[in-house]
Design a protein around this ligand. Structure first.
Ligand code: ATP
Length: 286
């Protein structure tokens, strides 16, 4: 039996880090939402009990380092599943981009295996397994829009923002999330107003959302990679209503309610980077 699952990317509308923890992670306070740029996974049952990974992408590992593989291994072990799985992964989300591509692949694997292996687990139970794979995995299991705290794994559901266009641009640099958090200085970094974003989303106030976009990690990534700032400036000059770097970067996103503006942004950005996407925010049910 084969099951096909979609793994959509996420963006952070607001991302703050509140403290460095003894375990080396940061406590975060953020709002994440799902966009309709997705990887595609095919999960095929293997009677041998083996887990096999086939990602066919130069920068994506095919062994236990792949987050989809890791998710399958943890789920199999925890629920003592005898059969295995072959995971065929078709990447569409840029890699090491700040869009949680790997985390979403892990989450999609958990959702798909729940069906393939007939485990009958709830999304909350799958999210708990996902937390052992990575901090963003529980959000990717739940989807929609949420406020995340802790390492990012503690979630509170939030209504999704009003529909709009999202233009994503990824410069050709790769950014390591661990390095960015490692270089973060909370005493000097510009901190976003998370509560203002939550209020704007609840009020479905698109302009308020655009004005409250903020990411504490820009204080690290922007000085390291001037092209990220240049893309932000270009997007703003094209009339984007809101502009922000997603996660630890380097992907930058622009929000606009106008399709023609999204198209203009896309055309203009193609001159800067070869990875540009026009997508939509996904609502509650993807
Ligand atoms: P986040 O926003 O959660 O920090 P990201 O979008 O910055 O994630 P990913 O694309 O998830 O980063 O991948 C970062 C690294 O993880 C890659 O360099 C890759 O080697 C490894 N990796 C492991 N599994 C995957 C996967 N399924 N897809 C992509 N990369 C993966």
């Amino acid at each position: 039996m084969t099951i096909i699952v979609k793994a959509p990317a996420k963006i952070n509308l607001v991302l703050d880090a509140t403290a460095k923890r003894p375990d080396g992670y940061h406590d975060v306070h953020m709002v994440m939402t799902t966009v309709d740029l997705a990887d595609r996974l095919e999960l095929t049952e293997l009677p041998s009990g083996e887990i096999r990974m086939n990602a066919q992408h130069a920068y994506v590992p095919n062994d236990e380092r792949n987050l989809a593989y890791k998710a399958a291994a943890i789920l199999k072990e925890k629920y003592d599943v005898k059969t295995g799985v072959e995971i065929f992964l078709e990447k569409h989300i840029p890699v090491a981009a700040g869009l949680a591509g790997g985390s979403s692949d892990a989450a999609a694997t958990l959702r798909g295996l729940n069906e393939l292996w007939q485990l009958g687990l709830t999304l909350e139970e799958l999210a708990e397994v996902g937390a052992a794979v990575g901090s963003d995995v529980p959000f990717c299991v739940m989807g929609g829009t949420a406020i995340a705290t802790g390492r990012g794994e503690k979630l509170e559901k939030l209504v999704s923002p009003p529909p709009c266009w999202v233009v994503l641009a990824k410069p050709t640099i790769g950014v390591s999330t661990a390095d960015v958090y490692g270089a973060l200085d909370l005493n000097t970094a510009k901190r976003p107003n998370v509560e203002a974003m939550i209020d704007a989303v609840k009020a479905q106030d698109f302009q308020g959302i655009c004005q409250s976009l903020g990411n504490v990690l820009e204080s690290v990534t922007l000085p390291m990679h001037p092209e990220v700032e240049q893309i932000k400036e270009f997007m703003a000059s094209c009339g984007a209503e809101g502009v922000l770097m997603s996660g630890s970067g380097p992907t930058v996103f622009a929000l606009t309610e106008h399709e023609n503006r999204a198209q203009r942004l896309y055309n203009g950005l193609r001159g800067f980077c070869n990875e540009v996407y026009v997508v939509r925010l996904l609502g509650e049910n993807h």
